[in-house]
Ligand binder design. Structure first.
Ligand code: HEC
Ligand code: HEC
Length: 209
């Protein structure tokens, strides 16, 4: 009896039933409207806490011009531990923010102009515009937009983002240490890219204007 019970408990723990979802954000109409109504003026007051780390002197991601839905989702994911910042700074910080704060600060950053690359770049691997049928790799632009401007619901803008950050986060999707993408979409896509291609794609998007 004990053995059977133990077996059942072990099955339960290892089984997919208890697997953590990649994100607790569900894009219901209510959530979309909540983020849309974020108060940029209130967000501006919070942003003082962010600018010490999110600025031009380091490789931390640029937040200016990013889509509010995406920013909000990342903050909720950090708070819930679905996305783990290797430095843990974002997990600690997000834990101190309310969902209203997150919508407000997302609204403020979304309204700022992104610092874009200068001169643009041409698709280094063909994957951005065409994907790769042999690997069943979709084109990046089908989701992130023809000029990396971000699209539909929570697909982030990539244009002008820092190359070091883009490379780091694509490698994190590839090795599974970043696992907050709904339906594993980015993990699957990144797992089929070589490290060299990741570097080229990161350079490409950072130069887009
Ligand atoms: C102590 C430094 C620090 C502070 C303060 C900080 N951040 Fe961050 N932030 C980081 C680091 C480092 C990362 C990258 C972590 C990773 O790779 O997951 C990051 C990532 C993010 C991301 C994910 C960006 C993306 O493109 O996916 C968002 C959103 C974010 N921060 C928002 C904020 C906001 C809003 C504030 C202020 C309320 C803030 N951060 C304050 C260090 C900081
Ligand atoms: C099926 C749609 C889809 C395709 C195709 C796609 N992406 Fe994404 N991408 C997403 C979504 C959605 C997210 C946000 C996931 C999350 O919440 O973590 C994302 C996130 C990212 C991020 C993280 C951005 C940040 O600020 O942290 C990078 C980098 C990225 N994608 C690069 C690419 C590249 C390069 C390609 C092509 C090889 C690509 N994506 C193809 C949907 C897609």
């Amino acid at each position: 009896m004990k053995g059977i019970l133990l077996g059942l408990i072990c099955l339960g723990v290892a089984g997919p039933v208890l697997a953590e979802p990649s994100s607790k954000v569900a894009w219901t109409l209510e959530t979309l409207n909540f983020v849309k109504k974020g108060n940029a003026e209130k967000g501006k007051e919070l942003m003082g806490t962010c600018a010490g780390c999110h600025n031009d002197t380091n490789a931390n991601p640029q937040l200016e011009g990013q889509l509010p839905n995406y920013l909000y989702k990342q903050l909720v994911d950090y708070k819930n531990g679905n996305r783990k910042d290797p430095t843990t700074a974002m997990n600690g910080l997000a834990a101190s923010l309310s969902e209203q704060d997150m919508a407000d600060v997302a609204a403020w950053y979304g309204k700022q102009a992104a610092k874009l690359g200068k001169g643009g770049a041409s698709d280094p691997t063909g994957i951005v515009s065409k994907g790769d049928g042999k690997r069943m790799e979709p084109s990046c632009s089908s989701c992130h937009g023809g000029s990396g401007q971000g699209e539909i619901v929570d697909t982030p803008a990539l244009a002008g983002q820092k190359a070091d950050y883009l490379e780091k986060t694509l490698l994190a999707y590839k090795d599974g240490s970043r696992a907050n993408d709904i339906y594993r979409r980015m993990r699957l896509i990144a797992s089929k890219l070589s490290d060299q291609e990741i570097k080229q794609l990161a350079e490409y998007y950072s130069k887009l204007d």
